[in-house]
Design a protein around this ligand. Structure first.
Ligand code: FAD
Length: 413
């Protein structure tokens, strides 16, 4: 057993990083455990997958984030189990760490909804590893298709939410601008992007106006929409839809949903929708003392009781808020129920085009103004100055030259 910490935080994503930062600034000793030694910025993973920005723009070493906050110790290790009653976390090498309070901010994992073949053959897009794997597969597919000289080179994206729409837009733009220039116009003619979802509209959580804009933009980029269709099976060479349609494809991207990971499932804590923990208004796991669950690992409600979506802003704010409640726990103060400052939603639909529904009032913006809001928000959310500079320079270069930023070594099959 290692030393006893005041707080152990599992996960250095938006939620865990915000919580650890706030706690460390309040001089509370924290052990921050993450399987990776970096914070990954999920909202831009699709751009890494599409080779539009480099890995170093979306990942920041956790030790760099906390270099000046001496009360936070960063531990790179996979947490394999949590004992909620004993307040311990065990890591893959068998070491047990004890905290007075545990914060579970371990994010989520893809939910394949038991779709045959999906886990084996589809590419999820939830981590930096996923994004690099997908980018390499896409590059390799283009190289192979060019060598072969004929045959369709389609990509199917499952899930018409923001991740699916943003990925579809980015890949379709690559086919339009990059494939003809770096490979050949003939190869670009053989590439298509398909977007599939069981609900009838893309961006289902957005307003009809935003949905119509996204649909039109995707259509303009040549994305084929298969709305109101579920995927019956994913194979290495395509997907079968529920209505019997078969889409031959070399790559299937899974943006179809999330669920809480194994560590939550095996924690003994009562699970709600998506396997997540239905937390109390103070962001605590119900029925146990000293356990907070944050971000994508939790079902969080706002002060009106409405369920909040799995978003970076919800995760980040829940992290900060939980830190204040933990400070109250440790100093005899009073915990406060979480109040979410609603920033709204946004999604990119190709470069220069976006939809945004801003603030609690959902002020609707489309096109270049929405894109400008998207830029400002994402630059502000990126985890460091260097990441901001790298992302900005990649975006500027991409706009001016329509060239890929990230290069992957894709050996021929
Ligand atoms: C492709 C994509 C695009 C998105 N776009 C947007 C967007 O535009 N705007 C927006 O607001 N939100 C967006 N989101 C949602 C947003 O990124 C998430 O809601 C947010 O990252 C959740 O933060 P979190 O801290 O709960 O989890 P995460 O950010 O997932 O962090 C979890 C951390 O826990 C670590 N971890 C997990 N299990 C273990 C373990 N067993 N042991 C140790 N460490 C562990 C992981 O390594 C990770 O660092 C997007 C999500 C995705 C996947």
């Amino acid at each position: 057993m290692d030393d006893i910490y005041q707080v152990i935080v599992v996960g250095g994503g938006f939620a865990g990083m915000a919580a650890a930062r706030e706690l460390g600034r309040k001089r509370i000793s924290v052990l921050l455990v993450d399987a990776n030694n970096y914070h990954q910025f999920q909202p831009l993973l699709y751009q890494v997958a599409a080779s539009q920005i480099g890995v170093s723009a979306v990942a920041r070493p956790l030790r760099s984030v906390f270099r000046r906050i001496r009360d936070v110790r960063v531990l790179t290790a996979e947490a394999t189990s949590i004992d909620a009653a004993a307040h311990t976390v065990t890591t893959a090498d068998g070491t047990r760490y004890q905290g007075r309070i545990l914060v579970i901010a371990a994010g989520a994992v893809p939910n394949f909804f038991n779709t045959p073949g999906a886990q084996e053959h589809a590419y999820p897009l939830y981590s930096l590893d996923d994004a690099v794997r997908l980018s390499t597969a896409l590059t390799r597919t283009l190289e192979t298709a060019e060598r072969e000289g004929s045959g369709a080179t389609d990509v199917v994206i499952v899930g018409g939410g923001p991740t699916g729409v943003e990925t579809a837009g980015a890949l379709a733009e690559n086919i339009k601008y990059i494939v003809p220039k770096y490979f050949s116009p003939a190869l670009a003619d053989r590439c298509r992007v398909h977007l599939v979802d069981m609900v009838p509209n893309v961006l289902n959580a957005f307003s009809p106006k935003s949905q119509a804009y996204a649909r039109a933009r995707l259509g303009k980029l040549g994305v084929q929409l298969h709305m109101g269709q579920s995927v019956g099976e994913v194979r290495p060479d395509g997907v079968a839809l529920s209505d019997g349609t078969d889409i031959p494809a070399r790559i299937t991207v899974w943006a179809g949903g999330l669920q809480a990971g194994k560590i939550i499932a095996e924690s003994g804590l009562a699970q709600g929708k998506g396997g997540r923990i239905d937390v109390t208004p103070e962001l605590r796991a119900p029925g146990v003392e000293g356990i907070y669950v944050l971000g994508d690992s939790a079902n969080i409600t706002d002060d009106t009781g409405a369920k909040l979506p799995q978003l970076g802003s919800v995760a980040q704010q829940s992290g900060k808020w939980a830190a204040r409640n933990i400070h109250a726990d440790l100093t005899g103060g009073t915990r406060q129920p979480f109040r979410y400052s609603d920033k709204g939603y946004m999604a990119m639909v190709g470069r220069g085009a976006a939809v945004a529904e801003l603030g609690r009032k959902r002020i609707q913006v489309q096109g270049p103004p929405a894109f400008a809001s998207w830029l400002v928000v994402h630059l502000a959310l990126l985890p460091g100055v260097r990441q901001r500079i790298r992302a900005l320079s990649s975006w500027a270069a991409g706009y001016l030259t329509h060239s890929p930023t990230q290069v992957f070594v894709a050996k021929p099959d």
